[in-house]
Design a protein around this ligand. Structure first.
Ligand SMILES: [Zn+2]
Length: 454
């Protein structure tokens, strides 16, 4: 009898400490007519190539709950994150601070930043209504993932792919730095830096070994589809193929790694590279990489689950007050395509945004979620240069560290210190002062060292 009681107590303790995972997806495809993201002029959507989703993987270890969320959008504005977390606090048992919400950076999603100069009132009403409903959809997704929590295991592997992503900044023969300098451009000397070929994969499965969810991360812009129809870009094909092979109810949650200066354009080839077929090609290759890595998945001990975050104060990029008047003129002409040179437009938007802040620094949330001694997720807002992502992976005390960029907000491009004096697009566009990216990496490393179980 005494032994039986001990057995029951031991079983209860084991159950209490047991790791659980759940997953869910909610459709967030906007109505046709909502303006599309990604470029410096208004484009109204004309259809849907594939539906957009908010996806969540909820996890629980020893009573601590957290959620990893990805939305098929170009970015996630901080007010949407705040509103979604507030709703999550009301409607779920997941603490709002333990939710990492990242955008996959699809350029064929809606224009979440609402750069709508020249747009008609009905267009504005459509996107306003969409944005107002978005936090509720994200919270609903986390609520359903929490409901789905079930005893689970976590397995990890790292796939590799070095044929689909490219540095998009180039040393040019004239000494300048070229940004997307064009296919077969004879003035190219070579790329500035190297890509990150790693594809971290975390698979969540039932204790019987049935896959529930696959978390996949890769550093390459999702700007391959083009056109005027909504699409989750290559992440759509990746998810579709893995569901075909691993099971229709297996959720693939993709996040983008540090890809601020990486895209899919191969300047050494003359092949056109913007089409749904190109997205399909890349998604298929990445799905193949996940399947190749599958047999190397190794179970990890997920205890303890820890979450940490820090608000890092970032100084603003410098702008000249005398540029403000010209910037207003350029932005006023925004609705007319090609009214002004590209860099002049990029700079004008930055100047006006900085001017409006009156010197108020940018607050960036750097968040970390860790499982045991083996796996760490780090979320950073903005489009992070790959050099910063690689520095984080090297310095992290965890053997596997996944960086999701555009997480918990969007602060624009975050170049590394070296890139600022080199200039070109990302630097012209960046709202934050040189050294900001290094400060975020520093924050992540300090948090991870403190979180590492001793
Ligand atoms: Zn981008």
């Amino acid at each position: 009898m005494r032994n039986l009681v001990l057995l029951i107590v031991a079983a209860a303790l084991a159950a209490g400490a047991q790791f659980r995972a759940g997953r869910a997806a909610v459709d967030i495809t906007p109505p046709v007519g909502v303006p599309m993201a990604g470029y410096y002029y208004v484009r109204l959507s004309e259809g849907v190539h594939d539906p957009l989703h908010a996806k969540a993987i909820a996890i629980e270890e020893d009573g601590v709950k957290a959620a990893l969320v990805a939305v098929d959008l170009v970015g996630i504005p901080r007010p949407v994150v705040d509103a979604a977390r507030a709703e999550i606090g009301k409607t779920t048992g997941v603490p709002p601070a333990n939710v990492m919400i990242s955008a996959i950076h699809s350029h064929t999603g809606p224009d979440v930043y609402e750069r709508l100069m020249g747009a008609k009132p009905e267009t504005k009403r459509l996107i306003d209504a969409y944005m107002a409903a978005l936090p509720g959809h994200i919270a609903e997704c986390v609520r359903r993932a929490e409901q789905d929590l079930q005893p689970a295991r976590v397995r990890m592997a790292t796939g590799r792919e070095d044929s689909v992503s490219f540095m998009r900044r180039y040393y040019m023969k004239d000494g300048s730095i070229g940004w997307n300098p064009g296919k077969l451009n004879p003035k190219i000397l070579g790329p500035v830096g190297t890509i990150d070929p790693e594809i971290p994969i975390a698979e969540f499965e039932t204790t019987a070994g049935k896959p529930l969810a696959i978390y996949v991360n890769f550093a390459c812009h999702l700007d391959t589809t083009g056109g005027m129809r909504f699409s989750a870009d290559y992440a759509y094909t990746l998810s579709r193929l893995l569901a075909e092979i691993k099971g229709a109810d297996v959720l693939t949650l993709f996040t983008i790694g540090a890809a601020g200066n990486i895209n899919h354009i191969d300047v050494k080839s003359s092949d056109p590279q913007t089409s749904p077929q190109e997205a399909e090609r890349i998604g298929t290759i990445l799905a193949g990489d996940v399947l190749k890595a599958w047999r190397h998945l190794v179970e990890i001990d997920p205890a303890p689950l820890r979450v940490s975050r820090e608000m890092v104060t970032l100084d603003l990029a410098k702008h000249k007050p005398e540029d403000v008047a010209a910037a207003r003129g350029i932005v006023a002409r925004y609705a007319q395509p090609n009214a002004d040179p590209f860099y002049a437009r990029v700079n004008a938007f930055k100047v006006l945004e900085l001017e409006e802040r009156h010197g108020e620094p940018i607050q960036a949330e750097v968040q970390a979620i860790t499982l045991g001694r083996q796996l760490a997720w780090v979320g950073m807002p903005g489009e992070i240069f790959v050099e910063l992502g690689k520095a984080l992976k090297i310095a992290s005390p965890f053997p596997r560290t996944i960086l999701a960029e555009l997480a918990n907000g969007s602060i624009g491009y975050v170049p590394d210190l070296r890139a600022y004096p080199q200039g070109a697009y990302e630097v012209v566009s960046s709202r934050v002062a040189p050294g900001s990216g290094e400060r975020m990496v520093d924050s992540a490393i300090h948090q991870l060292i403190a979180m590492y179980p001793r």
